[in-house]
Design a protein around this ligand. Structure first.
Ligand SMILES: C[S@@+](CC[C@H](N)C(=O)[O-])C[C@H]1O[C@@H](n2cnc3c(N)ncnc32)[C@H](O)[C@@H]1O
Length: 455
């Protein structure tokens, strides 16, 4: 038999012609169908017959999924029908096909909707499309803010800089400073904050944050001046008092450290700090007071058995004794590898030192010796390395009663000197291992969970 050199899948010329004619006819028919469906859809829309209109546009979409008008009209009708999520999806598809379908103002509004729905990448696309239509400082700023919120700091810096190039503003310099600080570019961050203070000398946060950068650069005197400037602008600006306290402690001036911390703590409403003359040279606690008030004050005047891992100078211990462990039978056990001298003095000054059991030593050795399921509240604030937070959390969970609360400190904190060892990493591994045994009461800088199932 003669071998054919024609592939099985090859068609001869006349077959090709036939096919072409056939597909032309199909296309012609499809586009007529599209026009018909779109016209029909529009007529239904004009008569506010949303369901039939939807039907037309859905059929049109099946024929032409990449037609921007089909996507757009479908979105409009879905919005009218109250199907918000589907409408958003089709608006976005329409814009992806042709971003000029929306004016800059509409792109802004749509981006805000997407941001509300936590669709940050899509919101970013909307601002990028807006930027293609108009290059205003505000659009650069919006993109920079979104990028910074998504921890894309390097890109965010370039957008802030473009906003500043078009129109220098103190807010952009301030935010640029913050973004550069996230990249640990202390010198350029300090410069940005300086620019912010020059353009608007009355915003205490720019002076305060400039102080933070100068601390990083070990320019102590300038840092003190910057913090003092923040206080001169706003005498109730407790953050600057607190930062000065930390700075004086670093310099070994404990008297000044203690007095500045007292001022800052007093401003946060913890009156006992002066009434009882507590001595704290560091303050890693009072920024949590609003969260603790919300979740722990309802537990006051109950027979609470509490455990604190990492007590240092006893700041959280004293606050708990003053505000939460107020029942005469309430107790707290404090574990620390290295209690500070001030701990005993402060506990004495609470006036209820009989409620406190102090156990010096390594939490990993002490925790297994404590009675299982005996604590109502556990505060995990010892070593912050991920391996330790995981282990502390795991051992403590066994000690927590059903219905008890556990607080993880510095959940969102990151130590640039210990990459891969953020406390969150350890806490999350632990939480994953007890997935169905807890309910989250608070998730932010700290995390508070309630035990809802037995071990
Ligand atoms: C951030 S401080 C605690 C602050 C304290 N909760 C307060 O309210 O001010 C952390 C403490 O954990 C202690 N620590 C670190 N590793 C530890 C370990 N393995 N066992 C027990 N304590 C530890 C440190 O000595 C330090 O005092």
């Amino acid at each position: 038999m003669q071998e054919s050199n024609q592939s099985l899948f090859q068609t001869n010329e006349s077959e090709k012609d036939l096919e072409g004619m056939h597909s032309d006819r199909q296309m012609a028919q499809q586009s007529t169908n599209l026009e018909l469906l779109m016209t029909l859809g529009m007529m239904h829309v004009q008569q506010e017959q949303w369901k039939p209109a939807l039907n037309c546009y859905q059929q049109a979409l099946e024929l032409h999924p990449n037609n921007e008008q089909v996507q757009l009209q479908l979105a409009v009708v879905l919005e009218r029908l109250g199907e918000k999520d589907a409408a958003i999806e089709h608006y976005f598809q329409a814009l992806s096909l042709n971003s000029t379908l929306f004016s800059v103002a509409d792109l802004y509004r749509f981006a805000a909707v997407l941001q509300q729905g936590e669709q940050y990448d899509r919101a970013l696309s909307c601002y990028q499309w807006a930027l293609q239509q108009q290059q205003t400082p505000d659009i650069y700023r919006k993109i920079a803010e979104l990028l910074a919120n998504q921890a894309q700091y390097e890109l965010a810096v370039s957008y802030y800089q473009q906003a500043i190039d078009l129109e220098p503003s103190w807010q952009d310099y301030h935010n640029l400073g913050y973004t550069l600080s996230k990249l640990e570019q202390w010198e350029t961050a300090a410069q940005a904050y300086r620019q912010a203070t020059q353009l608007n000398p009355t915003f205490p946060w720019s002076h305060n944050n400039l102080g933070d950068m100068l601390v990083q650069l070990q320019q102590w005197d300038d840092a003190i001046q910057a913090y003092q400037q923040a206080i001169a602008i706003d005498s109730k600006f407790h953050w600057a008092y607190c930062n000065l306290g930390e700075l004086y402690a670093k310099q070994g001036d404990l008297e000044k450290a203690i007095s500045h911390h007292r001022q800052s703590i007093l401003m946060r409403g913890w009156q006992e700090v002066t009434i009882k003359s507590y001595c704290f040279k560091n303050d890693w606690f009072t920024h949590n007071i609003p969260t603790w008030k919300e979740h722990l004050l309802p537990l006051a005047n109950h027979e609470l058995n509490t455990l604190e891992i990492g007590s240092y100078e006893g700041m959280a211990t004293c606050w708990l004794l003053d505000y939460v462990l107020t029942h005469q039978a309430a107790r707290i056990t404090c574990i620390d590898l290295n209690f500070q001298e001030n701990f005993d003095i402060n506990i004495q000054r609470t006036g209820v030192s009989h409620k406190v059991t102090k156990i010096p030593g390594n939490s990993h050795e002490i925790l297994p010796t404590l009675t299982p399921e005996s604590f109502d509240l556990i505060y995990v604030d010892g070593c912050h390395l991920a391996d330790h937070t995981r282990h502390d959390a795991f051992l403590s969970w066994k000690l927590l009663k059903l219905g008890g609360l556990m607080i993880f400190d510095d959940y969102e904190w990151s130590d640039p000197n210990c990459p891969g060892q953020d406390p969150k990493i350890g806490f999350d591994v632990f939480l994953d291992s007890v997935k169905f045994q807890f309910e989250i009461l608070h998730k932010g800088y700290q995390m508070i969970v309630k035990k809802i199932l037995e071990n």
